[in-house]
Design a protein around this ligand. Sequence first.
Ligand code: FE2
Length: 253
Amino acid sequence: MFSLFKKKERMPDLPVPEDFSFLGADMHSHLCAGIDDGAPDLETSLELIRSLKSLGYQRLITTPHVLPGIHNNNTETITTAYHRLRDFLTQHEPEMHLGVAAEYFLDNEFLTSILPQGLLCFGAEKFVLVEVSMAGWPRQFEDIIFSVQANGYTPILAHPERYLFEGDMQKYAGLKEKGVLLQMNLLSILGYYGKGVQQLASLYLEHKLYDFAGTDLHHVRHAAQLKRLATEQPAIMARLGAYEGWRNSSLIQ
Ligand SMILES: [Fe+2]
């Protein structure tokens, strides 16, 4: 939905989306109850899902953390929690289309113990959401990415703008040339994670590096900030709405 009456500031000729329905689908969130640092219980899951629905989303692919030692999830723990959530939603929010994958933390353990078991993926291209440490690239990063691809998956690197150790756009351009897709957190460009992250998000967006936008929704505070973005930041919303690189809507079934 677009309103021509909210336009202002430096992009007077661009329509301003009122919500995120121009994306339609979200592919990064922590909505399953009690298995990571996202929703602690099903009531909170429902509250978060309703907030995303009110922001214009019609399909949600939720992505619990797989981070050995901190969030010890695997395909079984995630699918069990997902089925509980889906059953709960059937009673309370039957129209929301839910899907599940994971957010895999890339390290050497990923290569030796996680990848060989098979990954939770989504979409026709077997997308797999991956993240790396905020402290630096893992050793063998290129090998890990190559192995993911060799197993038939398409990696999507979550929130590159949050990796402040790497501000070189050429690095990301090179990854894209190798078939790695990039996902921006919507809250990054709002400034939620700080000025440096916001500036990188803006820069990467300007250079058309992004393929997906994700909420990375963990809790109600994130939901409130997403609403703030949609309702109080028309210039940013205009930029996001005008960007032609988003592939989110391709995930709507
Ligand atoms: Fe996440």
